[in-house]
Design a protein around this ligand. Structure first.
Ligand SMILES: [Zn+2]
Length: 223
């Protein structure tokens, strides 16, 4: 009885906390990723803690002949847990999660379109794809208001056409942290994020969606 009561209140607290976190950061995918598991994990501990207890007891008490079969159904849970952990620990996010790809990296109008265009509603939060340091933030001619982040792993990400910038040069940002708002500044025909990935140094662009996919972030449309 006591244990049930304690579990019950823990569940309520867990669910309430998870809901509040999700509501507060509904625009931030990193927070969604972090918050989403909370309600699930709040209801899962019972199953997770109980499951090992039940299978592990019989082998100790039972005879060798009857027990081995009962231990079998384990692999399902670990697979699910692994997927969750991967999502939470990859450390990379879609920089414009509310948007859709409207133009891919490649030759366009006789010149290289050095990034991917991801269009969502004007003013959508634009997020740092990963943690790093802001090395440029400001007006960048054709890019309009733009932010360049050095991730310290040999790659930089560049975000163009913003309507507002929320960071300054030298600032450290975390994956999923809002760095600005989507807009249409610079050479742009409508609100969208122009997102570039540079390898080694700025102005060495590579195809960005495969790069994101390798980091566990699917951005469909350019495959
Ligand atoms: Zn573009």
């Amino acid at each position: 009885m006591l244990l049930t009561a304690a579990l019950g209140s823990a569940l309520i607290t867990g669910v309430a906390g998870g809901t509040a976190a999700a509501a507060a950061d509904s625009a931030t995918p990193a927070s969604i990723v972090a918050a989403a598991p909370t309600p699930t994990s709040a209801s899962e501990p019972d199953a997770v803690t109980e499951a090992p207890v039940a299978p592990w007891k019989p082998p100790a008490a039972g005879t060798a002949a009857g027990t081995p079969r009962k231990v079998k159904p384990r692999p399902i849970a670990p697979v699910k847990a692994k997927a969750k952990t991967q999502a939470a620990t990859t450390g990379w996010v879609n920089p414009n999660p509310s948007g859709r790809v409207t133009s891919c990296y490649g030759q366009r109008w006789g010149r290289l379109h050095a990034g991917v265009d991801i269009a969502g509603p004007h003013g959508s939060p634009i997020l740092a794809a990963g943690s790093g340091v802001v090395v440029r933030a400001g007006d960048a001619q054709g890019y309009g208001l733009a932010v360049l982040v050095d991730h310290g792993n040999g790659y930089l990400t560049h975000y163009g056409h913003l309507s507002a910038i929320a960071v300054h040069e030298g600032q450290r940002v975390e994956a999923g942290e809002q760095i600005g708002d989507e807009g249409s500044t610079g050479h742009s025909t409508g609100p969208h994020l122009h997102f570039e990935v540079h390898q080694g140094l700025y102005k060495n662009p590579i195809e960005p969606t495969a790069w994101l996919r390798e980091r566990g972030v699917p951005v469909p449309g350019c495959d």
